[in-house]
Design a protein around this ligand. Structure first.
Ligand code: NAP
Length: 263
């Protein structure tokens, strides 16, 4: 299938590692011009080199913290200066801390809102003028399975990410007339650096091995294993493509069957 992504301009945020990096690589392999960002310069440069090597395509890396509006504005401005426009936006950020209701102050709630919701709002605001003018756009928000089935100790993620779903659904209805499609993807347990770190922590706390903890996480997943980052990226690349031209306003899990509800 020709995805029609050659020379499309894509911004993927929070993309020096994990899910974001896998999405950037997937889009670059299909011929898109990809802009990546993260806060740590070294990791960003390493990711740029790795993606260029594996995709045989030029990548632009812009240091940016998605909690800072000035950085977001600079990211979009730099993209347009280099590549002329933006066709595809993949919004991603770090995750909020784990914990229960009693653990969090107003500041914690505001930080999580800024990290996972306001970053999405601001990124979309900055790219929309270009997408509207060219009457073509794809926006894909990386959320989490927590938008469909809460995880007990992730109250910040469970709560704040739901607002991204509401935002995307509302915008999908309003932006369809410009041929701008907006969808969410909801990853389940995926073996990124972050999850490997969590597994290592739990292993050292419990005296169990890395593989034992990984198997414990996998026991509630019908496919019996954690995902690889590429398995989320494959969906993101498809949703970004010409071939996904009639899909908007949806939230699609990539969870190996973990969500137990029907919708
Ligand atoms: N992996 C999973 O199983 C899973 C499941 C559901 C949802 N998620 C969510 O998916 C997102 C990505 O997770 P991941 O597992 O891919 O994490 P990861 O492996 O730790 O990668 C996170 C990436 O985001 C960047 N980043 C973090 N905060 C940022 C900020 N404020 N501004 C710009 N870049 C930032 C990091 O680089 P710097 O630190 O250098 O900025 C890094 O490149 C998170 O929100 C996570 O909660 C993950």
């Amino acid at each position: 299938m020709d995805l029609g992504l050659k020379d499309k301009v894509a911004i993927v945020t929070a993309s020096s590692k994990g899910l974001g990096k896998a999405c950037a690589l997937g889009l670059a392999r299909e011929g898109a011009k990809v802009v990546i960002c993260a806060r740590d310069e070294n990791d960003l440069q390493k990711a740029k080199n790795e993606i260029e090597r594996n995709a045989d395509n030029e990548i632009m890396a812009v240091r940016a913290d998605v909690t800072k509006y000035e950085d977001i504005k600079n990211l979009v401005k730099s993209t347009v200066e280099k590549f002329g426009t933006v066709h595809i936006l993949v919004t991603n950020a770090g995750g909020p801390p784990s914990g229960y209701f009693e653990n969090f102050s107003d500041d914690d709630w505001n930080n999580a809102f800024n990290l996972n919701f306001m970053s999405t709002v601001r990124l979309i605001r900055e790219v929309l003028p270009y997408m509207k003018t060219q009457r073509w756009g794809r926006i894909i928000n990386i959320t989490s399975v927590t938008v469909r089935q809460p995880i007990d100790n992730l109250i910040l993620s469970n709560s704040i990410r739901m607002s991204v779903v509401g935002l995307a659904k509302t915008l999908a209805l309003q932006l369809a007339k410009y041929n701008i499609l907006i969808n969410n993807v909801a990853p389940g347990y995926t073996l990124t650096d972050r999850v490997k770190y969590v597994i290592e922590q739990r292993a050292s706390e419990s005296g169990k091995t890395f593989d034992e903890i990984k198997s414990e996480l996998a026991k509630d997943i019908p496919l019996g294993r954690l995902a690889e980052p590429e398995e989320l990226a494959n969906l993101v690349v498809f949703l970004a493509s010409e071939r996904a031209s009639y899909i908007t306003g949806t939230t699609i899990p990539v969870d190996g069957g973990w969500i137990k509800g029907v919708y």
